[in-house]
Unconditional design. Structure first.
Length: 100
């Protein structure tokens, strides 16, 4: 009896969780062409966080997260560097709704 009740409870929790997940919007990072972290750094955005990804051959990806409080905006930028720390590419993205 206890085992059956426990399994029923787990199943009901799983189905409730699945229904909630279906209704919640899913977000993706949508690229913003032409925008770079250098552009953002020159404006009223605040640097929230940063991290690096390093490859064995010396390449680096510098990931930064930016926040603009007036319009409640967030941006993620990735700047790519070669082993000599010269820029080789950049991409900034903003959150976008995947499904509504």
């Amino acid at each position: 009896m206890k085992k059956t009740l426990f399994i029923s409870l787990l199943l009901s929790m799983a189905s409730a969780s699945a229904m909630a997940a279906e209704k919640a919007p899913q977000f993706i990072w949508e690229p913003v062409p032409g925008l770079t972290s250098a552009n953002i750094a020159r404006t009223n955005w605040d640097l929230v966080s940063s991290d690096t990804i390093n490859w064995p051959d010396g390449r680096i990806a510098l990931v930064t997260y930016w926040s603009e409080s007036k319009n409640h905006l967030t941006m993620r930028c990735v700047d790519f560097k070669n082993k000599d720390f010269q820029d080789t590419g950049a991409l900034c993205s903003q959150p976008a709704v995947l499904n509504k």
